[in-house]
Write a protein that binds this ligand. Structure first.
Ligand code: ADP
Ligand code: ADP
Length: 225
């Protein structure tokens, strides 16, 4: 089964009003296990809307969302919440780390919420932070870390529960170009070493070329780039 399968996804905002915006008009996409796909879209094309629907944070007006073969469209809110927690990791342009907790704690928290025992959460967090090169900064709070370090910690948090699917919205978009390249390498290393599938939105065609393939969101549907 594909890890993520979107078929015939349609989405409008403010339907039936003069302010109606038809954003997605029949989006189809299947991500094979381990496949890493770039989502390229001009600003306002509906990239965030699409990622929110794929991540079960929003519901489409029409179409189907399947995660690992499981039909999510029309399933109960609790089932969607559980599927999101167990199967999906999110990374945003800005890290959204909890400011009052250390890097280590930020990576432990999603595991504790998922019922992982404390000792296990602690060692997995330390291992992940080591892998991305911020092991020595584990006890610092986000404000004490550089932008690149903060984003690395956010990657660890997103991968803490070993999701099958990573959804990333401009994951290095707020970093300077040089840092962005390095941090993107770190992300790709993590994704490849776990074998997860990923849909990664980016404006950067050089980054898109380092993924398995790219799709462009244009006029409400996806085309291969
Ligand atoms: P992108 O992430 O590609 O910039 P979005 O998915 O955020 O695009 O938005 C696509 C379009 O839908 C834009 O024109 C945006 O202004 C509009 N839009 C997004 N969210 C809403 C909303 N909640 N209500 C009305 N319009 C929205
Ligand atoms: P991000 O891409 O940072 O996740 P959002 O998805 O919240 O941002 O919004 C993306 C775009 O959609 C922005 O251009 C924003 O102005 C527009 N948008 C979000 N919510 C609304 C809304 N309620 N009404 C109109 N436009 C919106």
């Amino acid at each position: 089964d594909p890890v993520l399968e979107l078929s015939g996804i349609e989405k409008s905002y403010n339907p039936g009003t003069p302010g109606e915006v038809s954003v997605l008009r029949g989006v189809n996409l299947a991500l094979a296990p381990g496949e890493v796909v770039a989502l390229v879209a001009p600003s306002g094309a509906g990239k965030s809307t699409l990622l929110h629907i794929a991540g079960l944070l929003d519901v489409p007006d029409a179409g189907r969302v399947r995660l690992a073969g499981q039909e999510m469209q029309g399933s109960a809110q609790t089932a969607r919440t559980l599927a999101r927690r167990d199967m999906i990791g999110f990374i945003y342009q800005f890290h959204h780390l909890l400011p009052e907790f250390s890097a280590q704690e930020n990576v432990e928290l999603p595991q504790l919420a998922a019922g992982v025992p404390r000792g296990e959460a602690r060692s997995r967090a330390a291992e992940l932070l080591g892998l991305v090169g911020v092991g020595a900064r584990a006890n610092h709070r986000p404000a004490e870390l550089s932008g690149g370090e903060q984003q690395r910690v956010a990657f660890c948090r997103a991968l803490a529960n070993a999701p099958k699917l990573l959804l990333a919205d401009e994951p290095t978009g707020n970093l300077d170009p040089e840092t962005s390249d390095t941090v993107f390498d770190v992300l790709m290393g993590l994704v490849r070493s776990t074998g997860m599938s990923a849909l990664i939105a980016t404006h950067n065609m050089a980054l898109a070329e380092r993924m398995d393939r790219a799709v462009r969101l244009d006029a409400g549907s996806l085309e291969q780039v």
